[in-house]
Design a protein around this ligand. Structure first.
Ligand code: FDA
Length: 385
């Protein structure tokens, strides 16, 4: 039986970062062949590693206050300083989102270097079948033999992208030690509409997407299966089956006034031609039959222009579903926060047990927020160990 002071389950963003802070005799284990594969594919290969503007309001959780403590004690500025100290060049893309200039592998190398500098070990292709506690130590049955430790950190992430090795292991172990798991569901995920939007596949435009609980002004993309793009991924975290989402196709534009002004100047032009100057032409063509977009501008009364503007500002759509964990960037929900200390991420049920990263019921918006939570929660646990 190999004993370690600390074992971290999961060599992803949170697990590797925690290893750099967890003190001596730490071992990180993961069933994958390579560590931090999600970091590798993140941000289109450039890793959107944090955001310039981070607060608890950028996260969904049953307890909206839970993330505050860890986020305040390890901030985006701390991580930016670390990245810069490692000579990793970065840039702001949009909305405060920070990406590597080069490849996301640079972030993985930095995490591995931090872990090694702290003297922690990494064992890959190692799976754990069972975990128990004998009153003094945790005991793990792995495919490479039994292991024991005083501190066990659960960092196996959420259920999204099972093809990449995502499992619900943290939920199972946490449940075993008395933790409640909130409802988990795919989030930051494209929404499906059958083949309704297939003719528009590839069309993209800025919109305001909303549900009763949230609204996001970002790009929207039509796909063969439905809707995607940042606005839709963001709103998907708030959407529930059967609900309608509202899309403002021309956010910030007083379309009725715009069309009235155009009617004065070019009343003989077709309504669809004018609209195609404001919206993608393929979308106007697609909407024309449903909205009765016909005739010249001069044919349209003020009331009719107001009606068209209203319809385009509040396009009501009911998704048939989402693309699910297959493509979801994150899992909403997880280990319920009431069972964890917000200061240290330690279990209130089993001292010595910690849960960090995406496995906790703290889910960030799109834009670097999920990694910032991984860094902050890992740092909180690492310092406490
Ligand atoms: P993470 O998933 O990183 O790591 C978990 C580790 O546990 C993995 O190495 C896995 O192999 C291992 N594991 C799982 N089950 C196990 C088991 N049974 N036994 C042993 N090991 C096990 N976020 C962001 O802020 N900016 C971004 O740009 C992106 N981009 C992005 C793109 C895509 C395509 C996805 C899918 C996700 C993102 N994200 C993101 C989200 C981000 O990747 C995610 O929130 C963090 O990686 C979560 O970090 P964790 O360490 O908690 O889990």
């Amino acid at each position: 039986m190999h004993h370690h002071r600390t074992i971290i389950l999961g060599a992803g963003a949170a697990g590797l970062f925690c290893a750099a802070h967890a003190g001596p005799d730490t071992l990180v284990i993961d069933h994958a062949r390579r560590p931090a594969e999600k970091v590798r594919i993140s941000g289109g290969g450039r890793c959107n590693f944090t955001n310039l503007d981070v607060s608890a309001e950028n996260y969904l959780s049953e307890n909206p206050h839970f993330a505050k403590s860890a986020l305040a004690r390890y901030t985006q500025w701390d991580f930016i300083e670390l990245v810069s100290r490692h000579g990793i060049a970065w840039h702001e893309k949009t909305l405060g989102q920070l990406f590597c200039d080069g490849k996301s592998g640079e972030i993985i190398d930095m995490l591995l270097a931090g872990m090694r500098a702290a003297g922690a070990g990494l064992r890959l292709e190692t799976s754990v079948a069972a975990v128990s506690h004998d009153g003094a130590r945790f005991r793990l049955d792995s495919n490479r033999g039994p292991l024991s430790c005083e501190h066990l950190v659960l960092a196996t992430g959420g259920k999204s992208i099972p093809k990449m090795g995502a499992t619900g292991l943290t939920y199972d172990i946490a449940r075993q030690f008395g933790h409640r798991i909130t409802e988990t569901r795919p989030a930051l995920v494209p929404l499906t509409f059958g083949d309704r939007f297939a003719p528009l596949a590839g069309v993209s435009l800025p919109v305001m997407a909303s549900t009763a609980r949230a609204r996001f002004a970002e790009q929207m993309l039509f796909t063969h299966r439905g809707l995607s793009g940042p606005a839709i991924l963001q709103i998907s975290s708030y959407w529930r089956e059967g609900e309608t989402i509202g899309i403002d196709l021309l956010p910030g534009c007083d379309l009725a006034a715009e069309l009235r002004a155009r009617r004065q100047i070019s009343g003989r032009r077709a309504l669809t031609t004018e609209l195609a100057e404001l919206l993608p032409a393929r979308l106007v063509e697609f909407l024309a039959p449903d909205l009765g977009l016909a005739g010249n501008l001069a044919d349209q009364s003020d009331a009719r222009l107001a009606e068209i503007a209203g319809a385009l500002a509040n396009w009501q759509l009911t998704p048939t579903g989402s693309e699910g964990y297959r493509t979801a960037e994150v899992t909403l929900g997880g280990v319920a926060t009431e069972g964890l200390s917000s200061q240290t991420m330690e279990s209130r049920h089993r001292p010595g047990l910690y849960v960090i990263g995406e496995a906790v019921d703290v889910t960030g918006w799109l834009g670097g927020y999920n990694f910032q939570w991984a860094w902050a929660s890992a740092h909180a646990a690492g310092l406490a160990i």
